[in-house]
Design a protein around this ligand. Structure first.
Ligand code: GMT
Length: 375
């Protein structure tokens, strides 16, 4: 049994989901898990005797122009390392978590191994910000082990930060018990979806990098040929602009803005196709969630997406911004019942085989074991 500290961004987002699901799986396997975060991770929704939560409290002393969250996190990490006798501190996101972990390691009395998992935005966005680049590089170099969620992310990290640190690719996974196709009679009707209509789904945080407009343009072209509805799930900075675009294109009746939703597997269960047209995406966890619910996907030739979608088998890969190809593939798939069934089946098999949660969790455990043995 190992004692593992986990730090992640606890609010909505793929990295927080992976960190929390990993913690829960490790706890089920008998390891003791200590979440050290600013608030309770949103996916941590049931009690488990092996899971502990340590909240980081930030001092609001009036002299501080900015509340020193990162220092408070490092202090809390050091406290938990010593009090709970942690073996491993696994942080998700280099910035600021890896830096805080390194500082905590210096402060703590007990020796600890730091594992940093890179999820994407920390490198693809923050890595090009000169005010943080050196800090991110330091966090990566000083971690005892670094993992990344795709080969593409490893290459990008090495290129952008000019470092040679060995990094292991450990893919993302989903909890298969939650992400599976469900029979949900009546749900389509409740959303006003007619019997013969096809359902296309997009889920994101509506940030610019997600290029939701390309999803809408693709749907516009599909809609001209096929009876279909588009479910737009999530919320974020581009929401209003996308709402206006849908109105301008005269698609208001057939594009449903559902906002943030908790049980997305229910929505996947009524969907035929998932679209993700992002310009940056180190993995695209929603693609795996969709495939796990038997929904084929169309994604862009960006980041880790080609490692997740098997082109021509579980979905299609198109070039960034190419809504013509995306809609052509979508129409071909949605018009051919046999092909759609085959792609759905392939999607499930691919999700269960390549991204099997048991195998992936074991990869993390093996990594922890290797580090602990190095002592
Ligand atoms: O994509 C986002 O906006 C959220 C971000 C996050 O911090 O959770 O997602 C990143 O990590 C996910 C989990 O590993 C990946 O599936 C996403 O592809 C990655 N996002 C980007 O690279 C833009």
């Amino acid at each position: 049994m190992k004692k593992i500290g986990i730090t992640c961004y606890p609010t909505l987002g793929g990295s927080g989901v992976i960190a929390t699901e990993l913690g829960m799986k490790l706890a089920e396997l008998g390891h003791e898990i200590h979440f050290i975060t600013s608030s309770l991770p949103f996916r941590l929704n049931h009690v488990h005797p092996n899971i502990y939560y340590h909240e980081v409290e930030v001092s609001h002393y009036p002299v501080f122009q900015y509340p020193p969250f990162d220092l408070a996190l490092a202090n809390k990490m050091a406290e938990v390392i010593d009090q709970e006798k942690l073996d491993i501190l696994h942080v998700h996101y280099a910035m600021p978590h890896a830096i805080c972990a390194i500082l905590a390691k210096d402060i703590a009395e007990r020796d600890i191994k730091i594992v940093t998992t890179l999820h994407g935005t920390d490198i693809t966005v923050l890595g090009i910000d000169d005010s943080l680049r050196k800090m991110i590089r330091h966090g990566i170099e000083q971690s005892d082990a670094v993992t990344a969620v795709s080969h593409s992310l490893v290459e990008q990290t090495q290129e952008m930060l000019q470092i040679n640190k060995g990094m292991e690719v450990i893919y993302n996974f989903v909890n298969e018990a939650n992400y599976c196709k469900k029979t949900l009679p009546g749900i389509r009707e409740q959303y006003g979806i007619k019997q013969d209509e096809k359902v296309i789904i997009h889920i994101s945080n509506f940030r610019k990098v997600k290029r939701v407009q390309d999803v809408i343009y693709t749907f516009h072209k599909i809609h001209a040929n096929i009876d279909a509805k588009l479910l737009l799930v999530g919320d974020g900075p581009e929401y209003s602009t996308m709402y206006q675009l849908v109105q301008q294109l005269g698609l208001t009746d057939d594009v449903l803005f559902l906002g943030k939703q908790k049980n997305v597997s229910d929505l996947f269960s009524i969907s035929d196709l998932k679209l993700l047209m992002s310009e940056k995406e180190s993995f695209g966890l929603v693609l795996l969630e969709a495939m796990s619910c038997q929904v084929p996907c169309i994604g862009t030739n960006v980041g880790g997406m080609p490692e997740v979608i098997k082109h021509g088998e579980t979905g299609f890969i198109v070039e960034l911004g190419d809504s013509d190809s995306a809609s052509a593939y979508a129409i071909k798939l949605l018009e051919n019942r046999k092909m759609l069934e085959q792609f759905s089946e392939n999607a499930l098999t691919h999700a269960r085989e390549k991204f099997c949660s048991e195998t992936i969790v074991q990869q993390y455990i093996d990594l922890y074991d290797k580090l602990i043995k190095q002592e």
